[in-house]
Design a protein around this ligand. Structure first.
Ligand code: DON
Length: 311
């Protein structure tokens, strides 16, 4: 590690970033299409870094749990890859969509095969895979996260799950559409129950950074063991870089230069392969559904430390 990423320096940098973010003007809006998320206090910010040697650095609300939303798609995909292997890629692609995360437009032309596992359509296919293998797929994702953390305690926010489930017409449309093409086996209602519950998992920045460390460590979770083959961990990072921030993925690669996964709860997880994971959270989102302050914080971290996959 370069001098700028020594332990004391990281903590100091995170604290300076938290102060700078607090001084930024309020921009963007909390996710409103999920009523339970619309009630979250917008002026919150947390950031945490977990390094592959086991250290965790924190600033701001780094230990406050928030709705991980689409960041859960990363864990669901890793679990589905463990169970299904290569066959998964017959049902979902690996191309950025250039469309919003909940868009239907490409699905008709591409005959029900979603562009990638991170757009909602792709994530619903992954949930379908898990529905075939588990009675309670959301519990399987949760228990996978418990194994990654080496402890239980992370849970599903039932209010958020119910609230999204009651307002899931768009995801229902996507699921029915894919089912009409034969790319979905589950009953749509059961699929949406599992998907909304999985998205409603609540975790803190520190927990997310720790749970995702295998992505920075060639597929091996420090203190736990192998999660994915090294090649699959590299592929997941590639998908995060190209598709993790949806139609802002190019901008994120340009500004941040790391694989990232975002969620409409305001969290952004980033991976520095071989070194660390980083998670920032702040609820206000831009028009692409990505947290403005969390992106600014991670951009600031990479600018100051020089970490990037492109150096
Ligand atoms: O399906 C949805 O719309 C949400 N449960 C998740 C979307 C999301 O987090 C997109 N990320 N920026």
């Amino acid at each position: 590690m370069g001098p700028s990423t020594h332990a004391a320096d990281i903590t100091d940098l995170l604290q300076r970033i938290a102060l700078d973010i607090a001084a930024l003007p309020d921009e963007g809006a909390v996710a409103e299409y999920i009523p339970a998320l619309a009630r979250v206090a917008p002026r919150q910010f947390g950031i945490a870094v977990a390094t592959v040697d086991g250290a965790v650095h924190r600033a701001g609300d780094a230990d406050r749990a928030f709705s991980i939303q689409s960041i859960s798609k990363l864990f669901a995909l890793a679990l589905a890859l463990q169970r299904e292997g290569e066959a998964l890629w017959q049902r979902v692609g690996r191309e950025p969509s250039g469309t919003p995360f909940n868009s239907l437009v490409l699905l008709e032309r591409e005959r029900g095969i979603p562009r990638n596992p991170f757009v909602n359509a792709g994530a619903l296919v992954i949930t379908d895979v898990l529905c075939r293998r588990y009675l309670q797929p959301e519990r399987a994702v949760l228990e996978f996260i418990h194994r990654l953390l080496g402890r239980v305690g992370v849970g599903i926010d039932a209010d958020v799950a119910r609230s999204e489930r009651q307002h899931s017409d768009r995801n229902a449309a996507i699921a029915h559409f894919m089912r009409s093409f034969g790319n979905l086996g589950s009953e749509v209602s059961a699929l949406l129950d599992a998907y909304c519950a999985q998205c409603a998992i609540a975790m803190s920045c520190a927990e997310l950074a720790q749970a995702a460390l295998f992505l920075a460590a060639d597929g091996e979770q420090p203190s736990h063991g192998r999660v994915l083959a090294a090649a699959d961990a590299r592929r997941l990072n590639a998908l995060m870089l190209t598709c993790g921030a949806y139609d802002a993925a190019g901008d994120f690669a340009f500004r941040i230069g790391l694989p990232t996964k975002t969620g409409v709860g305001g969290g952004i997880l980033a991976v520095v392969p071989g070194r660390m994971t980083l998670c920032a959270w702040s609820p206000r989102l831009d028009a692409t559904g990505n947290s403005i302050a969390a992106a600014a914080a991670i951009e600031r971290f990479t600018a100051e430390t020089g970490v990037s996959i492109f150096r």
